[in-house]
Every structure is written in structure tokens, then in C-alpha cells.
Design a protein around this ligand. Structure first.
Ligand code: PMP
Length: 428
């Protein structure tokens, strides 16, 4: 047995399923998860001392690569001053100013400690501001595990939401209406049924929790127009895309202005951080200025702010996003070229520093959740484990995007693409 396997068995005794977040358990690919000991640059190292090129990047935030010296040194210096105060700090002001300077639609911002808290709070704010109870989300989009967001569609776009998990009362779930991603007609139909009672639309601007599905042209702008027509707020959940797809997030990349934006792990440089922000008029509705309550003892934690600021400063380096996008495109196109060479049906997507690959015979561009669910999971599982054997660590689920970092150089990308070629050669 490997050390990871031993640790997994041990973990199951004291931690449900042996993990502190379900996707880590490798349920999507089978087998035993790797237990990670350390990470550096483009590499992670497991408990058996094996080294892997990492395309998970702690699920997105490690844009500069793991354990970046500038972030590490900033954090070590900050630790000297204490770990938490539960009182305002100058660091939080700097962080707010930095975020606002990078994302123009955010006029004010409130820090929280996770993406779940960010989306949950943004929804409460949207409901409080509009005095409406219903919200609209898209099937296949994940926004954390707040009760109102852990809801997927029943059959048909007009069906009221069904909870995705026991523990969510139907009375809560019924306020979550679910539409079809990239299908404006499905959104309009729901608004026409509920013209006065939808507080907001929330969506991932590039859907990274159903593999990697970019918005079709005009989709984001169409949602903006529908929100304006019906008096609802548009919430763009940039927990995954913020500072990854571009310096101003996916909203900057696609040129759409939301009322509220949610951000996550990226702004903490990997520390537990999230944030939500937007139009000042809306943000003023939060306590203590306004009536909508929202709070957090560890919100704006000084170590997390320090790590985040150090990363964000480094992200402002000219040319960084162009370089990240070029690396990502090279990987995605390399996967496709190897698949074509060996006759493996594969489709790819990529936006900024995110990419997706789909084992599918479908030659149309990948734009829908329905297409994603038809992909060949057996191929994915086989490919996943073969790549792991080759020393390449991909997200252990066919429903997750892949992420590049600035630490992925030619050496790592060449190695990865050669490994893909070997694996596809053996698969055909
Ligand atoms: N929104 C999106 C788009 C996410 O991808 C995630 C998690 N990956 C969340 C929200 C929830 O963030 P967290 O896991 O930090 O609570």
C-alpha cells in the first residue's frame, strides 16, 4: 500500500469519507486520492514523495504557481505581527482599493472567508435590496453550498427548483429557479412567468463546474438586458474566473457589467478568502450602513490579506495574462492534436488560464450542460489514472476545469503533451 492509501484508510476513521471536501475523495475517477505533502512552482509532491505537474492549482488560485517566494516572504513577515485581530486593519483598505482598481464594476467590496460565503451573502443582499425572494441560477453552475444555491433543475426550464441535497427544505429550494446555461430563451421564459419576483440572476461567466464551458456570444449581454428589463440584479460569480481569465475577470474579458460580483480563493493567493462587491448603492444596503446583515470574525484576516495583496501585485505585471493564456492554449490544443493523431474523439475549450477537455463524439462547440453529461466517463477515468501514472495531476472529475500557472514552463508543458500522446496511443 502507498502512504497515501494508508493515510486515506486512517482518515476515514475520523473524517467523513476521509476528506474535508467531497471531490477530493476521487469519487469521480475511482481509486484512492493522493495525500499532498508540499507544492512548489508547477509541481505538487505526494506523501510517497512522488512529484506531479499540477493542473489543479488548489482549484484555481495558484496563478503564479505554488509557494511563490514573494507571497511566502510577505506571509512570513505578516505572521510576526499576529494572526488575527477581529478589528479593522490598513491591509483591508489596501485590498479593497486593489480589487476595485482591477474590477471597475465593483465600487465597494466586503471581504469574507470562502466562495460559499461570498455567493450566499451576495444573494441575501440582492434579495434585501430588491425586496424579492426568488433567484435564478443555471443547471450545472456551482456557487458553493449555501441552501439556496445547492439546487438543480427538475425537468424543463420552468420547473421549480428541487434540492440537490437532503437537509435543504423544499420551502427554501422552491425560491431557486433554474435555467439552461447559454440559453437566453429559457431565462426569458422564467422571467415572463415571474416578472416581479426574481431578485437576481447568478451565474459563472465561464462555467468551470461543468468542465469548462464558455458563454456563447451575446449570452452575458442578454442576461444583463433581461435583468434591466425586469428590475433584477445580475450577479457574476467570479470565484473561479476572477483574476484568472483576465486582470478584470471574465466580466472584463467579455465586456459585461454586473451589479454584484463574487470573488474567492484567487484574492487570498490560496488562503481562505472570498469577497463580494458591486454598485455602491447596493453595497450600502449591508450592515452596518444598511439593513441586510452579514458578518465574519475572520473576514479580512491579516495573513490572508497579505498573501492576496502580494499575489495581486504580481498579477499586475504587464503581459502576464497574455502569457498565461498562451500557455493554456498550447496545452488545450496539444491535447486535441494528440487525440486527433490517435483517433480519440475529443473536444476542447479554453479561456484565459482555464481549459477543458471532453471525451465526446460531438463535434459541435461545447456550450451546454447536456453535452457535458453525454461525455464518455469511462474514457475520462482511464485517461485520468494513466496521466497520474505519468506524473501529471489533473482535477479528479470530468466536471472540473483545468488550470495553468505562470510556473508552467515549456519543460512542464512539453512533458505533459508527450505524456498525453503516450496515453492516447495506448488507449486507441
Ligand atoms: N463559486 C464558484 C464558481 C466556485 O467554483 C466555487 C468553488 N469552487 C464556489 C463558488 C465556492 O467556493 P468555496 O469552495 O470557497 O466555498
Amino acid at each position: 500500500m502507498t502512504r497515501s492509501e494508508v493515510l486515506f484508510e486512517q482518515a476515514k476513521q475520523t473524517i467523513p469519507g476521509g476528506v474535508n471536501s467531497p471531490v477530493r475523495a476521487f469519487n469521480g475517477v475511482g481509486g484512492s486520492p493522493l495525500f499532498i505533502e508540499k507544492a512548489d512552482g508547477a509541481y505538487i509532491f505526494d506523501a510517497d514523495g512522488k512529484k506531479y505537474i499540477d493542473y489543479v492549482g488548489s482549484w484555481g488560485p495558484m496563478i503564479l504557481g505554488h509557494n511563490h517566494p514573494k507571497i511566502r516572504q510577505a506571509v512570513l513577515a505578516a505572521v510576526e505581527n499576529g494572526l488575527s485581530f477581529g478589528a479593522p486593519t490598513e491591509l483591508e483598505v489596501k485590498m479593497a482599493e486593489k480589487v476595485i482598481s482591477m474590477v471597475p464594476s465593483m465600487e465597494q467590496v466586503r471581504m469574507v472567508s470562502s466562495g460559499t460565503e461570498a455567493t450566499m451573502s451576495a444573494i441575501r443582499l440582492a434579495r434585501g435590496f430588491t425586496n424579492r425572494d426568488n433567484i435564478l441560477k443555471f443547471e450545472g453552475c456551482y456557487h458553493g453550498h449555501a441552501d439556496c444555491l445547492l439546487v438543480k433543475a427538475g425537468s424543463g426550464a420552468l420547473t421549480l427548483g428541487q434540492p440537490s441535497s437532503p437537509g435543504i427544505p423544499e420551502d427554501f429550494a422552491k425560491h431557486t429557479l433554474t435555467a439552461t446555461y447559454n440559453d437566453l430563451d429559457s431565462v426569458r421564459a422564467i422571467f415572463e412567468q415571474h416578472p416581479d419576483d426574481i431578485a437576481c440572476i447568478i451565474l459563472e461567466p465561464v462555467a468551470g463546474n461543468m468542465n469548462c464551458i464558455p458563454p456563447v456570444e451575446g449570452f452575458l449581454q442578454g442576461l444583463r438586458a433581461i435583468c434591466d428589463e425586469f428590475g433584477a440584479l445580475l450577479i457574476i460569480d467570479e470565484v473561479m474566473t476572477g483574476f484568472r481569465v483576465s486582470m478584470s475577470g471574465a466580466q472584463g474579458h467579455y465586456g459585461v457589467t454586473p451589479d454584484l460580483t463574487t470573488l474567492g480563493k484567487v484574492i487570498g493567493g490560496g488562503m481562505p478568502v472570498g469577497a463580494f462587491g458591486g454598485r455602491k448603492e447596493v453595497m450600502q444596503f449591508i450592515a452596518p450602513t444598511g439593513p441586510v446583515y452579514q458578518a465574519g470574525t475572520l473576514s479580512g484576516n491579516p495573513i490572508a490579506m497579505t498573501a492576496g495583496l502580494a499575489q495581486m501585485d504580481a498579477l499586475c505585471e504587464p503581459g502576464l495574462y497574455e502569457a498565461l493564456a498562451a500557455k493554456t492554449k498550447r496545452v488545450a490544443e496539444g491535447f486535441k492534436a494528440a487525440a486527433d493523431k490517435h483517433g480519440i474523439p475529443l473536444s476542447i475549450t479554453c479561456v484565459g488560464g482555464m481549459f477543458g477537455f471532453f471525451f465526446t463524439e460531438d463535434t459541435a462547440p461545447m456550450t451546454s450542460f447536456a453535452q457535458v453529461t453525454k461525455c464518455n466517463m469511462e474514457h475520462f477515468r482511464h485517461f485520468y489514472h494513466a496521466m497520474l501514472d505519468e506524473g501529471v495531476y489533473l482535477a479528479p472529475s470530468a466536471y472540473e476545469a483545468g488550470f495553468l500557472s505562470m510556473a508552467h514552463g515549456d519543460e512542464e508543458i512539453d512533458y505533459t503533451l508527450a505524456a498525453v500522446d503516450r496515453v492516447f496511443a495506448a488507449m486507441k
